[in-house]
Every structure is written in structure tokens, then in C-alpha cells.
Design a protein around this ligand. Structure first.
Ligand code: NAD
Length: 426
């Protein structure tokens, strides 16, 4: 990685999702009394590979896209983190997301470090065969970093099991080794596991339930507004409404809707699946995107992009609880506003960790060559998430801090311990 770039990013004080995660790690270090040297080692991404991805468009024209894979911290195990395709993707965003993965894997106690990668592209503008060529070329370009004991990618925004299959096939062809643990979130037929899809949503539900229980409440009748109805938000909205929650507002890239009596989520999801904009869903009122944030609700769930909640947006939010299904949805200024106003936030590294827990179980099953019963995978994911919630809650209480800082402190403690035990190579 370009050192000046890295230093300048680490020294910035506030504003981006990277700044937010850096300041959380520093704050946790201060509270825990961990030396600044170790904290700076934990913050600095280990490695960033920037690649050019030339592909032939269907028209015959060659176009070059930019991609990255960032290994943030691999002291506790191989890199783990998704592959994102997005038109606004930057190296700094990936740095933040990779750091969050290091914290997340440590918090839930799975044997991985943190990584993240992706391509700056709007996949909606590519045909299926262009998307496949892009994925295979990206896999080739970053293949030197990838492997079950090195770095294990997974799906993220705009990538899915099909993209993972092309990615895996390329790596397996280059290496000549069929190592199914190379990548997770694969289709079942090539080493995927039952229960991976929907695991993030299941984990968010577990955290919501636990959080409400701590406040003598339950999901039944709870009013929820949700931003994002994709791989996480779609099944999440469905699960929550099946458990009795009332989804009073929903937003995706195509629009925003509200219905105080509760939106019929099964119908809404099939409306979206048929490629209709959300605003044309007949059984809810379309509203402006800005009005999403001030909807009357008990729980607000960002399940789309990062960096969407600054202090101004946070000040509009009426919900008592914010459950971060997305990665890095809240900027530092938004978090301060939440703390001032007493809004309780279940932080991303806890709330959405169900997906990486499932990924870790897929990796374990692939390495063993032995498939667990689906029910066993589901039970182990639920147990892991409950344990992570309970230890975060206890840590936050002991330290007298927010759940976010409690979660980051637990994670930083484990990563710092790994650094202390391993030491520096030279
Ligand atoms: P996805 O691409 O499947 O869905 C994204 C959703 O966000 C879509 O509904 C889209 O319409 C909506 N969206 C995009 N831009 C928007 C905008 N400007 N305004 C409102 N809505 C917008 O992605 P996903 O896999 O569901 O991931 C969503 C979030 O959850 C991301 O932050 C991701 O990092 C995080 N996450 C995903 C997983 C996983 O297993 N997929 C695991 C952990 C965390």
C-alpha cells in the first residue's frame, strides 16, 4: 500500500467510515490501557493490492475497471471478508470494511482476521457474461492472496453465490487444486452449506430479540423501519414480520414507502423480485427518501450502504433502537448524536456477524470434508450470536460505555492479545 496515503488516512480525525472505525479502536485502546504502539499496529491495514481489470464488453470494446483486495489484520487467522461491486467503491471504504471484519471475527470468536475487496463498477450496467468475465479476471488478479489459510472471500453488496462460483472456479483452475474452503457463500453443489443464505438476517434477528428482551420488550408489535431489501434486508424484513414485528417503513435504491398498519413483506418482496420499483407497491404510501429517517418506529435498521447516518440524519431518527445490519452505516458524528440522545445502537460488528459466522462454519465443513446437519449449523450460529451479544452487553456495562465501544473493546482485547503472543517477526 502507498504509505503516504495510509498515514494521511490514519491521521484524519473525523468524517468517513474509516475515520469512525479508527477512532473506535483508539477509544477502546485508551479504555483498556493498551499501548498506543499496539493500537497503531492493529489499525494499519497489513496489505492492499490494487488491480486493473480489463474486460471485453459484449460490444467488443475493452474497458478497464479498478479493483482492490485489502488484508487488514491476520494475526488471529486468515483474512475473511466479502467482495463488493459498487460504482462508488474506494480504497478508503474497503480499508474501513476490512478493519471492521478484523473486529467482527474477533468479537464472535472465529479463527479469522479481517479482509475486504471489490471492484468499482455498477454491475447493473453489465450483462451476465460481462459480469462473469469481470469476476474471473478480478479473481485472477488477486489470486496470489487467496486460499483457505491465506484469505477467504465471500459475497457482499451486489455479489452472490453465482459470483462466488465463477470466482472459485477461476482460483481452482489457476492453482490446479480443488480446495472448496477457498471461498464461502458458494452454491451448495460446489461446497456451499445449507443455512449460509439468510444467516446474516438470522443473526440480526437474534440481536434484535436479545436487545428488546434487555429492555423488557419483544418483537411482537414492535414497529420497524428498514433501509435495504437485498440479501440481508429482504430475508430480515420477512423474518421480523413473521415473528410479529410490524414493518412500517422500507426503503431501497428505487424509493421509500410507509404503512403504519404494517407492510405485507412477502408481497413486497415478490413485487421487488419482479423488478418493480418499491414506490409502485400498491399497499403502502410512497414518501421521499429523506422522510425515511423520521418515520415513527421503535427499531430502525440500516441494511444497505455504509456512511448513511451523520449527525443531521441521527437527530431526525425517532426510533429508540438502531440495529446496524449494514456495515458502517453510522459516521462518528451520527454516533455522538445517538449517544447524546440515548438512542441504543446494536453495532454492525455484532448485529450483522451471523453471515461471517456461517462463512466460518462453511470453511470448517469444507476443510473437514464433512457436512453438518442444517439444523446443527443454524443452532451453532444462533448460539454464537447470543454469546457475542451477551458478552458485548456485559463488557459495555462493566466499562460504562455504549454497546459499540463495548463490542470494539472486546475485539481489540483479543487482537491485541494475539499480537502480544506472536510478537513481531523482526
Ligand atoms: P445487496 O446488494 O443484496 O442489497 C443492498 C440493498 O440496499 C438493496 O435493497 C438496494 O436497493 C439497497 N440500496 C442500495 N443503495 C441504496 C441507497 N442509496 N438508498 C437506499 N437503499 C439502497 O447487499 P446485501 O448483501 O444485502 O448487503 C447490505 C449491507 O449489509 C451492506 O452494508 C453489507 O456490507 C452488509 N452485510 C452483508 C452481509 C451479507 O451476508 N450479504 C453480511 C454482513 C453485512
Amino acid at each position: 500500500m502507498n504509505e503516504n496515503f495510509l498515514t494521511s488516512q490514519i491521521e484524519k480525525s473525523s468524517g468517513s467510515t474509516w475515520d469512525a472505525v479508527v477512532s473506535q479502536i483508539r477509544r477502546a485502546g485508551e479504555i483498556l490501557g493498551i499501548s498506543e504502539d499496539i493500537i497503531e499496529v492493529i489499525i494499519a491495514p497489513e496489505r492492499s493490492l490494487k488491480v486493473s481489470i480489463p474486460i471485453k464488453r459484449d460490444s467488443g470494446k475493452i474497458e478497464i475497471f479498478q479493483g482492490w483486495r485489502i488484508l487488514h489484520d491476520t494475526t488471529r487467522g486468515p483474512g475473511k471478508g466479502g467482495i463488493r461491486y459498487h460504482s462508488e467503491l474506494t480504497e478508503e471504504t474497503l480499508m474501513a470494511l476490512s478493519a471492521e471484519m478484523s473486529l467482527k471475527t474477533a468479537l464472535v470468536g472465529i479463527p479469522f482476521g479481517g479482509a475486504k475487496g471489490g471492484v468499482k463498477v455498477d454491475p447493473r450496467k453489465l450483462s451476465q457474461s460481462e459480469l462473469e468475465r469481470l469476476t474471473r479476471r478480478f479473481a485472477l488478479e488477486i489470486s496470489s492472496l487467496i486460499g483457505p489459510a491465506k484469505d477467504v472471500p465471500a459475497p457482499d453488496i451486489n455479489t452472490d453465490a453465482n459470483v462466488m462460483a465463477w470466482f472459485a472456479d477461476t482460483i481452482w483452475n489457476i492453482s490446479g487444486n480443488f480446495q472448496s474452503a477457498t471461498i464461502t457463500g458458494k452454491p451448495f453443489a460446489i461446497g456451499g452449506v445449507m443455512g449460509h443464505q439468510g444467516a446474516t438476517a438470522q443473526g440480526v434477528v437474534t440481536v434484535c430479540k436479545r436487545l428488546l428482551e434487555k429492555h423488557n420488550a419483544g418483537l411482537a408489535g414492535t414497529r420497524v423501519a428498514i433501509q435495504g431489501l437485498g440479501k440481508v434486508g429482504g430475508p430480515l424484513a420477512f423474518l421480523l414480520s413473521s415473528l410479529g414485528a410490524r414493518i412500517v417503513g422500507a426503503q431501497d435504491i428505487s424509493g421509500t414507502i410507509t404503512n403504519r398498519a404494517g407492510i405485507n413483506i412477502a408481497k413486497l418482496l415478490s413485487h421487488i423480485e419482479n423488478r418493480n420499483p418499491i414506490s409502485t407497491f400498491g399497499e403502502a404510501e410512497p414518501i421521499s427518501p429523506d422522510d425515511f429517517w423520521s418515520l415513527d418506529c421503535d427499531v430502525l435498521i440500516p441494511a444497505a450502504l455504509g456512511g448513511v447516518i451523520d449527525s443531521q440524519i441521527a437527530s431526525k431518527i425517532k426510533a429508540r433502537f438502531v440495529v446496524e445490519a449494514a456495515n458502517g452505516p453510522t459516521l462518528g458524528s451520527g454516533d455522538e448524536e445517538f449517544n447524546t440522545r440515548g438512542v441504543i445502537v446494536a453495532p454492525d460488528i455484532l448485529a450483522n456477524a451471523g453471515g461471517v459466522v456461517a462463512s466460518s462454519f462453511e470453511w470448517a465443513q469444507d476443510l473437514q470434508g464433512y457436512l453438518w446437519e442444517e439444523e446443527l449449523t443454524a443452532t451453532r450460529i444462533r448460539d454464537t450470536m447470543e454469546k457475542a451479544f451477551d458478552s458485548t452487553w456485559a463488557k459495555a456495562e462493566v466499562l460504562g460505555v455504549s454497546l459499540r465501544i463495548g463490542a470494539v473493546a472486546l475485539a481489540v482485547e483479543k487482537i491485541a492479545e494475539a499480537h502480544r503472543l506472536r510478537g513481531l517477526i523482526f
